[in-house]
Design a protein around this ligand. Sequence first.
Ligand code: UN1
Length: 496
Amino acid sequence: MAEQALNLINGVWKRAASGETLTSMNPADIDESVATAPSSSAKDVDEAVAAARAAWLAWRATPAPKRGEILFRAAERLAREKESLAVVVTREMGKVLPEARGDVQEAIDMTYYMAGEGRRLSGETVPSELPDKDAKSVRVPLGVCAQITPWNFPVAIPSWKIVPALIAGNTVVLKPSAVTPLCATRFVQILHEAGLPPGVLNLVHGHGEEIGEALVSHAGVAVVSFTGSSAVGERIEALCGRLHRAVCTETGGKNPLIVMDDADLDLAIEGALWGGFGTSGQRCTAASRVIVHHAVYDAFTARFVEAAKKLRVGPGLEPATDVGPVINAAQKQKVLDYIEIGKKEGAKLLCGGRAATAGKLANGHFIAPTVFGDVASTMRIAQEEIFGPVVSVIKARDLAHAIEIANGVAYGLSAAIYSRDVNKTAVAERDLDTGIVYINASTIGAEIQLPFGGTKRTGLGPREAGGRGGALDLYTKWKVIYRDYSGKLQKAQIQE
Ligand code: UN1
């Protein structure tokens, strides 16, 4: 029986005004519907934004440590319900259960972290150049945040957006992916039941094509945060630019993993497998390009391909599975199309290259882990984000060449280098043009206490997550306050 997810508007769970619904499916079993959810329209968006606006003034006036206490309670409950939420993630999104637990854990970490920020949210106090005058900067919230989240981290990414917005004193309207409505609903429900006042957090389900623009450009919205495709992200950036609206987009990667001739090859192979095929390659941070020094290219590639062939493809709830399905039929077709493109471009298909359909796999969206060798860095499979279990192996002459290839794409989210030479890794650390660099570790697995995001076409605006330059820079604006208690007119910069 499919579960029923609902919208949450002004503290009330409800259907779409139109009564329309959508259905989420188990990617491992096309016969299993997981949930129905409202398919909302602009009318529901209006109602949610109005509720969020009405709730804002009181929420803004609530002391941040008190806001933090609510988040802390939510984090406690999330931790208690981690396992049941993880099962929902695997059923609705497909990733293997240990990774689904990681998805929920990331939300737990983020919620605890931001709860603690309620007692920091610090600004600066600096001396004034004049006597009897002080000068400080404070973070202030902006208002209603419109947040649009993808399906690949259906609990973690909503947490990245919701909890920093709330701790800073904003209110939220979340529109989660239409393919993972239940995951988002469970997370929102836990936050709501932890004691958020009505209207502070609102949830509107639906299709991006139908309500995305209504939400992003709504006159009542102050901030927009989006994670998803580059094409949609760029439209949102343009819309927000015209509206002078604060915006953050996270729109993808083509992340390189460099293997130098002095690398620990066992470690590099493990890293390339985990980065390339973890979450079936459906991470913004996936290691979709492996750039290998020519001296170890043959050895690395042969062993990498052998290991990729051994990965067990199957439903994410089965403990033996290494690689789960991709999200749906459209994504599967897109990945298979890219495999054809790679073959036509002249890349050498070394393993996989097809849907995995043995036995019950025929009933899901499975793709065999695929490795292309002899990939030229200009090929489309080496330039465009595929978002599936497809890895391109590219040969490099030396470190400088590897870095040039690594940087020669439109994206710049994450990069990794495997080398035992500290001087080489230091050069890579300096010259890789990405938001995140890993030394002797794969491209995936960013931790929440530092900013998450990248350069170039990966996104615009402040980064997500914690640390300096992270999400609090999106969800607050700086206000500078000068207080003159001299009782007379004092003129800064004017010497008399
Ligand atoms: C994403 O794929 O959009 O660094 C997020 C990682 C995870 C988050 C990925 N912590 O791979």
